[in-house]
Design a protein around this ligand. Sequence first.
Ligand code: TEU
Ligand code: CA
Length: 562
Amino acid sequence: VATHQWFQDSVVYQIYPRSFQDSNHDGIGDLNGIRSRLDYLQKLGVDVLWLNPIYKSPDKDNGYDIADYEAIQPVFGTMTDFDQLLADIHEHGLKLMMDLVVNHTSDQHKWFQASKQSQDNPFSDFYIWRDPVDGHEPNNWGSYFGGPAWTYVPERGQYYLHLFAPGQPDLNWENPAVREHVYDLMRFWLDKGVDGFRMDVINFISKPAGLPDAPQPTGAKYGNVEPMVADGPLLNDYLQEMNREVLSHYDVMTVGEMPSSVPADVVNYANLNGSELNMVFQFEHVTLAANPDARLGKWNDQSVKLVDLKHALNHWEMDLDGKGWNSLYWNNHDQPRAVSRFATDDPKYRVAAAKMLGGTLHFLQGTPYVYEGEEIGMTNAHFTELTQYEDLESINGYHQIVDEERATDATHMLKYLENISRDNARTPMQWDASQNAGFSDATPWFGLNQNYVQINVATALAKQDSVFYFYQKLIQLRHQYAIIRYGSFEPLDEEDPQVYAYRRHLDGQTLLVESNFTTDTLTRNYDHPGNATVLIDNYGQDAGQTLRPYEMKAYLYSDAEN
Ligand code: TEU
Ligand code: CA
């Protein structure tokens, strides 16, 4: 096993730049706004910052449609602002991870603008073009954002593939020139001193030969593309080449976003020998609650069963132990807020629940990710009208499912959106109780969560028992104890529907973690010596074999005493 590396000792904080902090009174977060908050992030104790895309983009998908990989989106600032931010991040002893979106570009990118002109120019084969079949799309694939995954271009007389919006044409990774151009743009940022990349849907880049039809649920207009494109035939080859050509020449951290990936593949993608990536974002625990009607895909209003959540997280811990490295996350800009999804945002229990979730995740083996606002227990937005949403996945999904396919009605779909829309995570960061939550002194680009008066950083910093200080303590414990970073994982009582308990083991020491996921007061007896150290308890004081509503605690002891 390779020696331990800094990405295994780190905690990452994810910043959604447009919603983090505005500094120039336009209601949109920006790079100088992030700079003004570095002291806060240093106080929290995180090691690495991951910024969602900040490159030039027409913003069809909030920056995940890149038109120029080597230019900063003007609304976020200039390249000088970026250089100053990077220097300041390093000054604060932090590292910066950028978002690498190379499964697709924007249709405004100069490569695509050339490619669509003809079938015989240097960029013709940079994308995936196919002739019409019987006058229509080459196969039945549906886009994640509604409609077919193909768009016809008359001047070229062909369709091009876009797994996401028509403004996000998929790159043709089989073309070595594409791969060379991607490696060049990666070097541009790494040569500036950037410390790593989060790689957007990187396990989609190798498409299956022949692009065969996808499974199409009865009544659905299109086939489900994910099983067709996830973990394609040449993915390991591409990742190994990227590593040889670029990553291995720098001291960087990489995390691949991999919807549908499974441990058997991830032990290669995230192997400990550093020949591919350092870790991946797997999706098993964030896709547990499924709608019985397959036509509805991700949209559902089910709550997640604890036993299912434990099975999902536990087998990733055990399957990768000693073979690969895990990321650990509850939230990001594509997922609803953790406290609302996995526990409760009822004001009576929200603080205890948010801490409980933080503790449950941060004592697992892997690199933890904290999404902006998670550290103060921010909640879902609980929007009630379609007009309150701005995410194309939510809006297009509503129109396709309700208006076109008539697979459900407006009332149900609005419940599904409230439960799981990506917009739940994109309301502005809540800094204080002043107007616009201290995010901006102009009208924010997107609706604030109205509970910012109660839930905000200023209030959290003023209360010693706030979620903030609990996360600060979790991060400090991870930096202090090797058993948290490297201990092996042992599940306990996996069928217990109320309590998530597990042990970690390292060098004759044991860490015991117990988390109550309910509002009941429970009794559990996981044996540990009476003189075990209580590392943390979200109620402040440990109550022995009693677990109060949403109580979590961690004990540390040496095996000799037990
Ligand atoms: O997300 C890819 C992805 O899998 C998500 O679209 C997810 O599957 C969907 O939201 C259901 O949960 C990445 C980015 O994180 C996302 O913001 C982009 O919209 C997408 O890729 C396209 O770049
Ligand atoms: Ca701004």
